[in-house]
Ligand binder design. Sequence first.
Ligand code: NDP
Ligand SMILES: O=C(O)C1=N[C@H](C(=O)O)C[C@H](O)C1
Length: 256
Amino acid sequence: MVKIAITGINGRMGTMITEIVLSQPDMELVAGFDLGGVGRQIGKITVSHVDDMDKVLKEKKPDALIDFTIAQAAVQNVKTAAASGVNLVVGTTGFDAAQKEEMRSAIHNGKVAALISPNYSVGVQVFLKLLKEATRNLEGCDIEIIEAHHNKKKDAPSGTALKAADVIAETLSEKPGYVYGREGVAPRGKEIGIHAVRGGDIVGDHTVLFACEGERIEIKHQAHSRMAFASGAVKAARWIASQKPGLYSMEDMFKE
Ligand SMILES: NC(=O)C1=CN([C@@H]2O[C@H](COP(=O)(O)OP(=O)(O)OC[C@H]3O[C@@H](n4cnc5c(N)ncnc54)[C@H](OP(=O)(O)O)[C@@H]3O)[C@@H](O)[C@H]2O)C=CC1
Ligand SMILES: O=C(O)C1=N[C@H](C(=O)O)C[C@H](O)C1
């Protein structure tokens, strides 16, 4: 049995991940944490307040903790889990460079295995590969990234849009800067433009526009359901539970 704990268990993603975990014959939900809904019964567990995480993790000893919260909370959750020797799957987005470094060092010091990805859908992994291929063949074209999400999303631009920009930047022979939105007198340079749209119940759209002389290409991924992310995160938890200590990416998981 793979024993799973979830932080942000009452959230949009936490709720869906819980459903999937409970339906897996080889998985057991052993703990769930959030700020509210404490004491709520889910399957065999009761939701704990995140402040009790250290104590509950030591008692329940999960094989992996899945975190979908907000950046500031996720950093703290990673530190607590890693210090208790619990492996991690982090789906939260919106980290700055210092927060990423804090998580890396906690994972290293705790000698745990962790997968951190802004997007757990299979389609997005293919989308990122297509971006590499397009970038290699379209050097010199202008590149704009447009993402759209629901009106409850807290961070902008999305973690996936930033990952797409990084993949493109690493592939280009000259590393470009990023421009977030455009306004005023702003002539275009070599930069990658990144634009965020927020509205309604859009699950998650990412479009990369390669605008060239006389033609253009758009590469687009659209999620129709959060199930695409949630099922990937549960698969990642099963995978990370048997990995050696270290920080992993979705590419590592799909290599196998
Ligand atoms: N990697 C991927 O594939 C995907 C990533 N995401 C990312 O996942 C994150 C969560 O998204 P979503 O589920 O839509 O957001 P929600 O706001 O629906 O859920 C987040 C949950 O975490 C709770 N929370 C806040 N702080 C803490 C804390 N310190 N400890 C435990 N729980 C806490 C929130 O409580 P409260 O509401 O009371 O604040 C809420 O219940 C976002 O960063 C989003 O960008 C989303 C989809 C896919
Ligand atoms: O907050 C969301 O909903 C999503 N967030 C992730 C991101 O920021 O990239 C992934 C997905 O697009 C949904």
